[in-house]
Each structure stands twice: as structure tokens, then as C-alpha cells.
Design a protein around this ligand. Structure first.
Ligand code: CA
Length: 364
């Protein structure tokens, strides 16, 4: 847009703000604070987290409270922690069938439904949390996600992002590719597939089982999230080497609704949920950042921080490209979503390299 056009558009924007201010007054006269015509709507939402689980569990509880407050008490979303109404990893199916109205979970859990869903959860060595949000809102991510979830009768929103995750806790140092051979590591998703190609054995374990498996030597290593939640799991006590991350640069959580239920909500309630979900996403991201920073500050002296060698990282990059290429050949949905994801990655990387990355490199 030329500067003159921009100035013109800005003036029009200013004028419309004044006008919309008038309209808002009129609306308030019509609706007052009588949200949803005073009719109370109750929804049931199940999560994949234990009750009051830090950040994710408390985040969704706050979301429900915000919906209640913002709606003048007319939108009442009852949160059920994992395994109360449905098992933790059946929340997708239970919402799809209408048994419950909504769920809060991690997107990467559902790659068995459609491998393309793993991209909406995050791809190793690609988008950070901020990039994922931008791709969703402006780069075509939401359109594809909603189109593909529609086949399962679901309507998704981002419900939080973890920020960069760590590479995991290892009982022994990983100095070369040889050290990965036969290594039993708890790592789900595309990251696990990549390590498998390099000779490791990814193991799927529920959160509650990881500590004991690592302590008893049933597995040699485990990734979890970052310093705050990892420390709560007790990993520093049993696996001394903590590796910097590569596999989850910014994983996405979701708050997803049964499509019919979503369609039957009033415009007001849908708008309130969208606003509260967006707020929850921001707060969860900030809380991860803050609590990880505090936890790392405490842990720094007590752990052995490591980084994978360039030999290992080069092999990881080659294996990752192959995993993505192979899946794109098998699944046309995966191919489409990956293309959109990569398009934004390439576009944004040029800008990020001279802006964010530049600042991070030059500041002291
Ligand atoms: Ca993780």
C-alpha cells in the first residue's frame, strides 16, 4: 500500500472507530448485560491432564472461569480432569461422538487419526510457538486444521503453547551417533520417528510411568517438557545429562469443540470462547517461559547441561527431511499441510533471521 493510500485508510479507520463507538452505545441499550438473553448454557469439557496440573490444568480452569465471568454467568463450562468422564487419550473420540462437548489436550496425540495432525501440534526444528500462532492465524494453518477436523465433527482452537522444549534427560552422555544405537528413549511424535531412523528405540510411556521406567533402567532417556515440569517429575535425580532441545520448538495444545455443539452456541458465547481461548493461549505460553526460567536458574548448578554434536544434529536433519518426505508421499493431507507449514517457515525465516535472531545474537 502506498503511503497516501495508507494515510487515507487510516483516516477511514479512525472515522469508523467513532461510528462503531456510537453503535456500541446503541447495542448496550438493547442488550444491557443480559448476555445470551439470560439463557444459561452448560458445557462439559474433559482434559488429558490430572486435576490442577500446573500450567495446562490450571490454564483450562482459568479459561472456564473467564467464560463464566465474561458471559455474566450464562456460559458455564464444567472441566473434568483426565479419566473422570473419559480416559485421557479418548477425549478426541468422546467429543467427536458428542459424548462430551469439548476437550483440552495436546494435538500430537492424534497422529493415528491422520498423520497430518502431527504438523498442527508442531514439527521438529521448525516453527517456534510464536511462529505456530502466526501460521495458524495468518498463514493458512487454521483453515487446514478446521477443514481436517471437520471430518471428525470437531472445531479446534489453539489452547496453549509450551514454548521451546528441552531435548530430554539421559543416563549417559551421547557423544556420537554410535551412542544412539539401541538407546531406549521416551519421545513421542515425529521426533521419536527421527531417532528411530538413527538407530534408537522410541518408547511410548504415559507420564505417570516415565520416572519408574527411567529409574529402573527400562529406558535410557526421556524427554518431557522443560525445566519446570521436568524438575517436578524428579528427572534430575535419576538422569544426570540434560540436553538442549530440537524436537519440540513450540508444541501446540488445543481446545476443541464438538461441531454441532459449537454451531448451536450463540454468537456471544462463541465470541467469548474465542477471546478466552486466545487469552489462555497467551497466558500458558508466558507461564511456561517464566516458570522454566525460574526452574533453570535453580537447576543450572546441579545438572550437566549438554548439546547434541553437529555430527548428530546433521544426521537428525537428514532423517527429519526423509521422515517428512515419506509421510507426504503416503498421505495427501500431510503433504498439503506440510507445504503450507514450510511456505510460512521459508517466508518468515528470512525476516526472523534479520530481526528476532539478530537481537538475540547481539544483546549481552
Ligand atoms: Ca515433550
Amino acid at each position: 500500500m502506498k503511503r497516501r493510500d495508507f494515510m487515507h485508510a487510516s483516516l477511514i479507520g479512525g472515522a469508523s472507530l467513532v461510528l462503531s463507538g456510537c453503535r456500541r452505545d446503541e447495542k448496550e441499550n438493547i442488550y444491557g448485560i443480559n448476555f445470551n438473553k439470560g439463557k444459561k448454557t452448560k458445557l462439559t469439557l474433559a482434559t488429558s491432564w490430572p486435576a490442577a496440573f500446573p500450567i495446562m490444568g490450571t490454564g483450562i480452569e482459568n479459561f472456564a472461569k473467564r467464560c463464566l465471568d465474561l458471559s455474566g454467568g450464562t456460559l458455564d463450562i464444567k472441566i473434568y480432569s483426565k479419566d473422570i468422564l473419559v480416559p485421557a487419550l479418548q477425549v478426541f473420540d468422546a467429543t467427536s461422538s458428542g459424548q462430551i462437548d469439548a476437550f483440552h489436550s495436546g494435538v500430537y496425540y492424534w497422529k493415528g487419526k491422520n498423520s497430518a495432525f502431527s504438523i498442527f501440534g508442531g514439527v521438529p526444528l521448525r516453527h517456534t510457538s510464536e511462529e505456530m500462532m502466526t501460521w495458524m492465524d495468518f498463514g493458512g494453518g487454521y483453515e487446514l486444521w478446521r477443514e481436517m477436523y471437520d471430518r471428525f465433527n470437531l472445531y479446534p482452537h489453539i489452547g496453549g503453547t509450551t514454548g521451546p522444549q528441552m531435548g530430554g534427560w539421559f543416563k549417559k552422555e551421547i557423544k556420537s551417533l554410535d551412542d544412539l544405537q539401541g538407546l531406549k528413549i521416551r519421545m513421542p511424535g515425529i521426533g521419536g520417528e527421527v531417532l528411530q531412523r538413527l538407530g534408537a528405540t522410541p518408547v511410548l510411556l504415559a507420564a505417570a510411568e516415565i520416572y519408574t521406567a527411567l529409574e529402573r533402567g527400562l529406558i535410557d532417556a526421556s524427554e518431557w517438557v522443560g525445566p519446570y515440569l521436568d524438575n517436578m517429575m524428579g528427572f534430575p535425580k535419576i538422569a544426570p545429562y540434560y540436553y538442549k532441545g530440537w524436537h519440540e520448538p513450540g508444541s501446540v495444545l488445543e481446545i476443541t469443540f464438538n461441531k454441532q455443539k459449537w454451531g448451536k452456541l450463540s454468537n456471544e458465547h462463541r465470541a467469548i470462547i474465542e477471546a478466552a481461548a486466545s487469552e489462555m493461549n497467551t497466558k500458558i505460553n508466558e507461564e511456561f517461559r517464566y516458570k522454566n526460567a525460574l526452574a533453570f536458574d535453580e537447576l543450572e548448578e546441579k545438572i550437566n547441561l549438554r548439546e547434541f554434536s553437529s555430527e548428530i544434529m546433521d544426521a537428525i536433519k537428514v532423517a527429519l527431511d526423509q521422515v517428512l518426505k515419506d509421510e507426504a508421499q503416503k498421505n495427501p493431507d500431510f503433504k498439503r499441510v506440510l507445504q503450507s507449514h514450510e511456505n510460512f517457515y521459508k517466508l518468515n525465516k528470512k525476516w526472523d533471521d534479520i530481526s528476532t535472531k539478530h537481537f538475540l545474537n547481539i544483546r549481552s
